[in-house]
Design a protein around this ligand. Structure first.
Ligand code: GLN
Length: 474
């Protein structure tokens, strides 16, 4: 079964109990091939289904990234250190889902603490792309992407720190949306890099993305960065009409068309731009010079935050513990637990972060990267004073073959180039399917990314809806 949420909730044909049963069965079957879920929660489904079924969203089946705390259920963040960790409370975004009658069917797999990009850092297993089983769906959220793309659930809740929702979306032919920083509460979401993390949504259409985002967004006093204006978006149920959307001014940064961009993706992207121009929409070339520095900026600041956030996993307060360790000092105990509990990439980032934050290096690396971040923010503000939407490809390459980049972190990091800037300035952004390109005799999907000014979610959804129709030739 592959239903859009909108069709499901606006039609009387479907009985919630049958739909959920069908999705759950499909999800379990697909998991044998794609491994997108780490756990199914049939007991949760059983105890909530009848109550949720009669409500407006009719128990729409959803997958939850395993970094979002769900009371009484394991949340392991793809890590051995939290393998059996059961949270005593639920994340606000999850409680909001329940309030809106979405039904969790299970937790989806992820890269360890959402770090890396090929899905190969999960402690549990590697998930496979529906468009090529020997390929990564791309980025730490790809497990959810596969779940949605394969029809295992109607939508998925995901977090995005540097592109983790948009990139798998582009690589799995689905819609991804990351809202303005502060729009969705991060309370109860395990922090990776607190100033960059944001909860977002994966769906098959732009309409569904907006319905889901309105369900989870809202001001939350429990998150110190939560934005009180988030409620305005939640309560605004009107869509922008096509006439207003066609008056938007669109900017395309020339730096986005660099030599590292796959020529086939570039061709598709330029064709999309021409399609817009043919509809008399103003699309102009602009310049965003700091785009070229987004990767070094991110991979300096992000590990710094990671090294601080992961310090809490010390084998005493949370997660993995041992009383059989041969450690005569507390220091040695920490070392042994953390060495056993974290995977290679988590360790690499903790080391990098500790290095850039150390007193000898702080000014040279961390402070410099912060200054670059401010410059990027200024560039964005200048552009958004004149333009409504910035367009770029979502990814420079299609999904790689599993195992092909494990030894080359720099190449992996470089592919985050287009998606990082939105996190750096907390902008809302979206990826929608752009077309297929050929890679090693396989047709692989790719996406187009839209970014808007902070709190301009309505503009983003309005333009996203229009572009989605245009790309589908409707
Ligand atoms: N590739 C990025 C990283 O490894 C993506 C992170 C994310 O968005 N979760 O940091």
């Amino acid at each position: 079964m592959n239903l859009t949420l909108k069709d499901y909730i606006t039609s009387d044909t479907f009985k919630a109990q049958d739909v959920v049963k069908n999705y759950l069965e499909t999800a379990k079957k697909l998991n044998a091939d794609y491994f997108s879920f780490v756990r199914f929660h049939e007991d949760y489904v059983k105890s909530h289904l009848d109550q949720f079924a009669s409500r407006p969203l009719k128990a729409a089946p959803i997958g939850i990234k395993d970094i979002i705390l769900t009371q009484d259920y394991i949340t392991s963040c793809g890590s051995k250190i939290l393998e059996d960790y059961i949270s005593p409370y639920s994340a606000t975004c999850f409680l909001n889902l329940e309030k809106n009658w979405w039904l969790m069917i299970g937790k989806t797999n992820m890269d360890e603490f959402a770090m890396w990009s090929t899905t190969e850092t999960s402690y549990f297993w590697k998930t496979k792309n529906t468009y090529g089983k020997d390929r990564t769906p791309g980025w730490s959220s790809w497990w959810s992407a596969v779940a949605v793309a394969s029809g295992a659930c109607m939508a998925a809740l995901w977090t995005d720190t540097g592109g983790s929702i948009r990139q798998p979306a582009a690589r799995c032919w689905i819609v991804w949306m990351k809202p303005t920083y502060g729009m969705v509460s991060r309370y109860g979401v395990q922090s990776m890099a607190s100033s960059l993390d944001q909860v977002g949504v994966l769906t098959t259409t732009v309409d569904d993305a907006e319905i889901l985002l309105q369900a989870i967004a809202g001001f939350d006093p429990k998150d110190s960065q939560s934005d009180p204006r988030a409620d305005e978006f939640v309560n605004d149920k009107k869509n922008l009409d096509e006439k207003s959307v066609k008056k938007f001014k669109i900017g395309v940064p020339k730096e986005a068309l660099w030599e590292g961009l796959d020529p086939q993706i570039k061709k598709l992207f330029l064709a999309a731009v021409e399609k817009l121009r043919a509809e008399w929409i103003i699309v102009e070339d602009i310049s965003l010079p700091m785009l070229a520095y987004s990767v070094p900026m991110y991979y300096t600041l992000m590990p710094a935050e990671v090294s601080t956030n992961l310090a809490r996993f010390d084998g005493i307060k949370f997660g993995l513990q041992s009383d059989s360790m041969n450690a005569d000092t507390i220091q040695k105990y920490y070392e042994q637990i953390r060495s056993a509990g974290f995977g290679e990439e988590a360790k690499r980032r903790i080391l990098l972060g500790t290095f850039v934050l150390s007193s000898a290096n702080y000014e040279w690396y961390y402070l410099k990267a912060q200054k670059a971040r401010e410059e990027l923010q200024e560039e964005f503000d200048t552009i958004f004073a004149k333009y409504d939407i910035i367009l770029t490809p979502t990814v420079p390459e299609v999904a790689w073959k599993l195992g092909s980049r494990t030894d080359d972190p720099l190449k992996v990091y470089l592919a985050d180039m287009y998606t990082i800037p939105a996190n750096m300035w907390g902008l809302p952004a979206m990826s929608i399917p752009m077309g297929m390109v050929e890679d090693q005799w396989e047709q692989m999907p790719t996406g187009i990314q839209l970014m808007a000014q902070k709190r301009a979610e309505k503009k983003l959804f309005g333009f996203g809806r229009y572009l989605e129709k245009l790309m589908n030739n409707e």
